[in-house]
Each structure stands twice: as structure tokens, then as C-alpha cells.
Write a protein that binds this ligand. Sequence first.
Ligand SMILES: [Zn+2]
Length: 355
Amino acid sequence: MSLKHRIKRAAGDAYARVLFHTGLHAVVDALTPRRMLVLAGHCVSAPTCATLPKDMQIRAADLERILAWLARRYDVVTLAEGLRRIESGAGRRSVAVLTMDDGYRDNRTHLLPLLAKLGVGATVYVETRPLDERRANWTHKLFHCLERMGPEAFVLRYTEIAQADERGSIVLNQLVPHGEATTYHVKRVLKYEVDPAVRDRALDALFAELGGSDRELTDALYMTWDDVRALQAAGLEIGGHTVSHAILSKLDERAQDAEIAGCARALEAGLGRAPESFAYPFGRGWDFDARAADAARRAGFHSATTTHAGVHVKGRDPYRIPRVMIDEDAALHRIAAEACGGFELLRRLGIDLAP
Ligand SMILES: [Zn+2]
């Protein structure tokens, strides 16, 4: 983390603590325009997601504390409902939404009972290929291989298999002498600097070489259609998150449509109703583009969410709704400062302390 980033983080933290502990958050809330805060997580810590990175997990007790705090002050509803309330002006309070991405098993076993206990809604964005074909995306095969081989041995074997992508292999090999052959850097290179088609084939091959079974990996991590239908029946919203979690900005328009409209069709077939809400995989500004937003609109989605921090207010682009990531390090005071409009107030003054 850079020095500038650390200073911003510390200043943001101090500001959030003041708002949170003095009760000033209620004053800011009353003075700033009505807004929708959207939280983004992946799974509630559970044995079924033990193999996922820590930044994809949140402890149930932490999530409960955050949701209970928000529910006392805001309407905690699904994303589609929250957007309707903000755009139509219906309701008095601001809105907070919990979203969970990808469709992991804990969403039914651990998240659903927690939401029922608190009496709040949520939106779960699912990838449809794990549901339809019981196939996991490349990131899970990467985690599987890294866990068994370690990053350096992984780089050696992967680059042998992925010879067709010479440029990508050079970038990956350069990590080793620089001491950067870590899970973080390897994932980053495989995400942005290699040919995705070659990568997917190479990871499939390496995963199989290590005795991995796609079916077992998917069953261990992801919900089934029955699970997703149970969430819908309990009042949760099921949104789209592409077919295979591709980085949309790297695809041509036909492939974007296949990922986005294909996901909408699969959800309608599986759930008996067209989905309304969409989330861009990975969600950073360089992971999607204006064409992907158009493809989401054409596919019938009413909104799309990113993973840039912020809040949504009436009149802003519904295909770029910000979200605040939550994981094991999620801090209630920072979430409260965003929910009450505290960070938004600073952004309007040109200061962004909640990157
Ligand atoms: Zn995702």
C-alpha cells in the first residue's frame, strides 16, 4: 500500500470514527440527499468456503452486527427494490442493500438463516455456468493448484502448458526472480496479462493433472439451482453475474452478449422470471466498459453494480452503481460513515477518503 493511500485510509478512518461514535452520523444523514448504500460480499465464513481467500469471507457475527446497525436506521431491502425507492422517491428513509456475489453454498446454509433472523432482504448475484454445467471458473482452479503446488512450482508448470501464450508466460516467469511469485501477483497476471482462452485451457489441464474434479470443486463451493430457488422463495432477489465470470472489458460485443444475455436467459429459465439486477465480475472500472453497460441494458437488466466505493443517489447512472466491499476486515464505523452520506459529503467537496 502506498504512503498516500495509507494516509488517506487513516484520515478516512478517523473521520468515520468521529461520525460513528459522536452520533454526528445522524446529523449528516438528515442533511444529505437520500441515498442507497450497497454492500458487496461473497460468503459468510463457513467450512464450505474455507478454500476461498480471506477477502471473500465475512464472519457471521460481524455481518449480523453491520446489518442490525443499518436496519435500525435504513430500509434494508433488495437492490431492485432499493433502486425503485430511490428513483421514485417512495419511502422516507435511505436504503441499505446487502449483495453477495457468485452464488456460494453458504448463501443458503449460513446467510439465509441470518437474514431471516434479522428480517432483512438481500440480492445474490449468481454465475450461471456453475448452476447449469457444474463447472467452476478459472479462479477456483487457480486457488486449487496454488494450494497444492505453491506459487513458484505453479508458474513453472503453468508456463510449460501455456506455451501458446508466449507473452503471458514471459510476464508470469518474470515474477519468480523478483520474489513476486505470490498468490496475489500470480492471480493478477493471469487476470489481466494473459490470453484468457489459453489460460482457461491451461488451468483445466493443470487442475486435471493434479487429480482435480470440476464437478467436485463446483459442488463443494457453489449452490445448485434448488438452493437458488430456495433463496428466491424466501424473498431474496437473484441477480445476474455473467455465465462464467469473465472480464467483460476484454471481450468483443458478441462475447459480452453471450456472457450477459446468456446469464439473463439462464436465470429466467431456472427461476421462472427475468432477473432485474446485474453485477460486473470483479467490478473495477477496467473490468467493464460502456459496451458491457449497453449489453446489460439490452439483456433486460435495470441496473448494474461495480466494486468502486460510494453510494447511489437519484438520477445517477443505474449501470454504474457503486458498492462497498465487505470481508473479514469490514469495519462498522466505515460502513456507517458511507451509509449516512459522510464520505459522499467529502466526495462532493472533491475529497475521496473511502477508496
Ligand atoms: Zn464475482
